[in-house]
Design a protein around this ligand. Structure first.
Ligand code: KIV
Ligand code: ZN
Length: 396
């Protein structure tokens, strides 16, 4: 296992598709799978084959078409689920069965009405059965975030002995704090005797807005796979955002961790997912939101125009975004106004900008954003001659 590589396990087509109203057909899933492969993800969780004939078909077709990434199908720790997933994955060049069962006492008591011993038994049987069909078997200990750590360690040790190659430690309910989630991973690293035979995976939900922070805490404590989705889509408040974890690892080189993702494809893929799943992305979403590289307040705009790194830690081109935007609002300052007027082809001196700035503030107070046509309209006729024809041609 390369020590510093973080495997990116994309579950947009499975956990992401669990968003109400986001159901995808096979054609849509294939298109997204191809884009995910181009992005450089290591594993594509293509669906839950036993859940419907449509999902079976999607996993089956994606298996035929994907060349480099591992294609994964989800199952419960149930014989029929595993057999159906194996059938759906039969054409995959690198198939993985993802099987598992509840690990917290809440799940064991209320969902399964059983004992810890029985959970271990069912988990071992599921992994062994999956191993008959594929070499690569990932085991998930559902609700691990709220499980008893000693029991979790016991369960994980047994499934690795049964043949699990990856052990997924989901914070299914998004309950953990980053320190707590990191502690669970560290505990498993230190207390599961055969842990070096498997990759530990983080699967964090965002119920408290901590999914990204928890996944990063996981890899800082020894996990080497992150399960995530484009735009953070997923059950309830969603999953860890792929674009966020990839950029955290790129920005924080001191962690010494890297992924294979081609960051320049993050913006186009975010838009593709939002469109096909019909879920608009919040404008302030980290990395891919429409405002992620927009500057609106005067203080920020002034600094940004002097030197972009004063207010930007990521060059928008690095993630395939449009150039940074200076948004003109009533909070904008003179330097942003002068910059924008210059872009529109006008050349004004400081005194003229002072006069125009007062007019601008009146317009800005009556609107959410001052657009280029507002700027043209607010320039008094005696100043219209200040238009710089050369610049106009340049920006036409
Ligand atoms: O959140 C979760 O626990 C899951 C498992 C099925 C991996 O999605
Ligand atoms: Zn999940």
């Amino acid at each position: 296992m390369p020590h510093n590589k973080i495997y990116i396990f994309d579950t947009t087509l499975r956990d992401g598709e669990q968003v109400p109203g986001c159901k995808l057909n096979t054609k849509e899933k294939i298109e997204l799978a191809l884009s995910l492969e181009a992005l450089g993800v290591d594993i594509i969780e293509a669906g839950f084959p036993i859940s419907s004939p449509g999902d079976f078909e999607s996993v089956n077709e994606i298996s035929k078409i994907i060349k480099n990434a591992t294609v994964c199908g989800l199952t419960r720790a149930v014989q029929k689920d595993i057999e159906v997933a194996a059938e759906a994955l039969k054409y995959a060049k690198k198939p993985r069965i993802h099987t598992g069962i509840g690990a917290s006492d809440i799940h064991i008591k209320y969902k399964f009405n059983t004992t810890r011993e029985d959970i271990i038994d069912r988990a071992i049987r599921a992994v062994k059965l999956a191993k008959n069909f594929v070499d690569d078997v990932e085991f998930y200990a559902e609700d691990a975030g709220r499980a008893d750590m000693r029991f979790l360690a016991q369960l994980i040790e047994k499934v690795i002995t049964a043949g699990a190659t990856v052990v997924n430690i989901p914070d299914t309910t998004g309950y953990c704090l980053p320190g707590q989630y990191g502690e669970i991973i560290a505990f498993l690293k230190n207390n599961v005797t055969n842990i070096d035979k498997a990759i530990i995976s983080c699967h964090c939900h965002n119920d408290l807005g901590l999914a990204t922070a928890n996944s990063i805490a996981g890899v800082m404590n020894g996990a080497r796979q992150i399960e995530c989705t484009i735009n953070g889509l997923g059950e309830r408040a969603g999953n860890t955002s792929l674009e966020e974890v990839v950029m955290v690892l790129k920005q924080h080189k001191e962690l010494g961790l890297y992924t294979n993702v081609d960051a320049k494809l993050l913006w186009p893929l975010s838009r593709q997912v939002s469109e096909v799943m019909r879920v608009p992305t919040q404008p302030n979403k980290a990395i891919v939101g429409a405002n992620a590289f927009s500057h609106s307040s005067g203080i920020h705009q002034d600094g940004f125009l002097k030197e972009a790194t004063t207010y930007e830690i990521i060059d928008p081109l690095e993630v395939g975004a449009d150039l940074s935007k200076i948004v003109l609002t009533a909070r904008s300052g003179r330097s942003a106004l002068a910059f924008r007027l210059h872009k529109l082809g006008y050349q004004f001196n400081r005194d003229e900008i002072d006069v125009l700035y007062q007019i601008f503030l009146q317009v800005a107070d009556s609107k959410k954003e001052v657009m280029d046509n507002d700027l043209h309209a607010m320039i008094p006729s005696e100043l219209q001659v200040k238009e710089d024809k050369g610049a106009m041609a340049m920006h036409a």
